[in-house]
Design a protein around this ligand. Structure first.
Ligand code: IFM
Length: 470
């Protein structure tokens, strides 16, 4: 690559990244099952991912999170790496089956002790802990009782949230209830790609509603329990959905995708109602969102921050390759159209401009709540040198372009207050196992050696520069 991406632009044009304010929040993110390992230690019980990984063919190469990055045993070393990057925030998730085995009853002190140590380690190094309460590791016993399609799981989640808050709330000021409820609901219950691997759209929609209800109930419990103000929010994964052409069919496919992926979550959270067009689409499939009296006002409990995870944009067509607008079951076609764009190792299109559009649209349609980019990053086919160093210029370019997109969105009025790279470490990428590497720090899974990649150096230098530290 010719351009030195570690330096501000030399073309005479100011780099938009340099317009980010000194108060901008900089971080990295991880999640419990993807990095911790130690799945049977200190009283932890199985989660749906421990079970799913044992299903033949469910995860690439039959891999699992049993050891992952062994973060449970190497936590101080990993926190030291964050400190070396000069970041101010670390977003991590708490493993529900570690702190409340089986998903009900009292806390497990040995499990909580790990997060207690983690929080103290972070604070000791001047790094703010940002806790996500649920990043997909539902206790298996709750799945056996029906999982997220079962309304009771929302109440169990609120109990669990309160229990974690009781242990860490004296030191942790920022709390995210759920990470990416769309993934939990749709990948897990409707499309069968994630744990627990169910394939039932009705179950997926019920799961989505109960996840949102669980979010609202937990938010209310945390607010009530907080002795001092906390920053409370939820993180959603959003991809843009644009029509491939201006035809009515393509526009309708894009509308439906946006409805199911974005508005089904943000409309109830911000406006206290489900989008009518999505309700109608679902009714056409014989599916009803299981809303009970009062649910929507619980879900719309005010939040202080919206976490946005963005990775790619998509183009939709309402016509299949045969020119038909209905599939063999008579359903409207909603087809993703591949563009001739660069892609990551996940085969995701790299579309930073869509990120700007998305953030501007969010600030227009869902105003009044600041946003933080709680995840953004890319998997590429890293090639380490003999010392384990990865000169990942492709990842540097991805991060730089997406940070520019954030800066441009801010210039257009979007209230974005921070950015967290996904991820601190290479880790267990769910159904893709360990093949897909998102880390800015390489993990050699044979030795557990950590080696910062060029992207980590670039990120550290960029943060320093924007803060005016050099
Ligand atoms: O690794 C995941 C993470 O767990 C949730 N957001 C997307 C990432 C990349 O797929």
């Amino acid at each position: 690559m010719d351009t030195d991406l570690t330096q501000p632009s030399t073309t005479g044009q100011a780099d938009p990244i340099d317009t980010l304010p000194p108060t901008f929040r900089w971080g990295v993110a991880t999640s419990s099952y993807q990095i911790e390992g130690a799945v049977a230690e200190d009283g932890r019980t199985p989660s749906i991912w421990d079970t799913f990984c044992r299903v033949p063919g469910a995860v690439a190469n039959g891999e699992n999170g049993d050891v992952a990055c062994d973060h449970y045993h190497r936590m101080p070393e990993d926190v030291a790496l964050i400190a070396e990057l000069g970041l101010d925030t670390y977003r991590f998730s708490v493993a529900w089956p570690r702190v409340q085995p089986g998903g009900r009853g009292p806390a497990n002190p040995a499990g909580l002790a790990f997060y207690d140590r983690l929080v103290d380690e972070l604070l000791g190094r001047g790094i703010d802990p940002w806790v996500t309460l649920y990043h997909w590791d539902l206790p298996q016993e709750l799945e056996d009782a029906g999982g997220w399609p079962n309304r009771d799981t929302a109440h169990r989640f609120a109990d669990y949230a309160e229990l974690v808050f009781a242990a860490l709330g004296d030191r942790v000021k920022t709390w995210t209830t759920l990470n990416e409820p769309w993934c939990s609901a749709m990948l897990g219950y409707a499309y069968g790609e994630h744990a627990p691997g169910r394939r039932d759209l009705g179950a997926g929609i019920a799961a989505a509603h109960h996840l949102l209800l669980g979010h609202g109930l937990a938010a209310q419990r945390l607010r009530a329990a907080a002795a001092t103000p906390i920053e409370l929010g939820i993180t959603v994964n959003l991809a843009t959905a644009d029509p491939a052409t201006d035809s009515a069919a393509d526009r309708d496919a894009a509308r439906a995708s946006d409805g199911l992926g974005t508005r089904l979550y943000l409309d109830p959270l911000f406006h206290g109602r489900y989008p009518e067009d999505v309700v109608a689409d679902l009714a056409a499939e014989g599916i009803r969102i299981p809303v009970q009296d009062g649910d929507l006002s619980v879900i719309a409990t005010p939040i202080d921050v919206l976490g946005v995870n963005y990775y790619f944009g998509q183009l939709f067509s309402g016509v299949d390759e045969r020119g038909q607008e209905r599939d063999d079951e008579g359903r409207p076609v909603r087809r993703v159209v591949r563009r001739d764009l660069p892609r990551t190792a996940m085969d995701w299109e790299i579309v930073p401009d869509s990120f700007t559009d998305l953030l501007v649209r969010l600030s227009r349609d869902y105003p009044g709540v600041p946003m933080v980019i709680t995840e953004n990053g890319a998997a590429f086919d890293d090639r380490p040198d003999a010392d384990g160093f990865v000169a990942d210029d492709d990842r540097v370019a991805y991060l730089a372009e997406h940070l520019r997109a954030v800066a441009r969105a801010r210039q257009a009025g979007a209230d974005v207050r921070g950015y967290f790279a996904w991820s601190l470490l290479d880790n267990f990428e769910w159904a893709y196992g360990y093949d897909k590497r998102f880390g800015i720090i390489r993990v050699d899974y044979d030795t557990q050696r950590r080696t910062p990649k060029r992207s980590a150096q670039w990120y550290r230098d960029t943060v320093r520069r924007v803060r005016g530290q050099r």
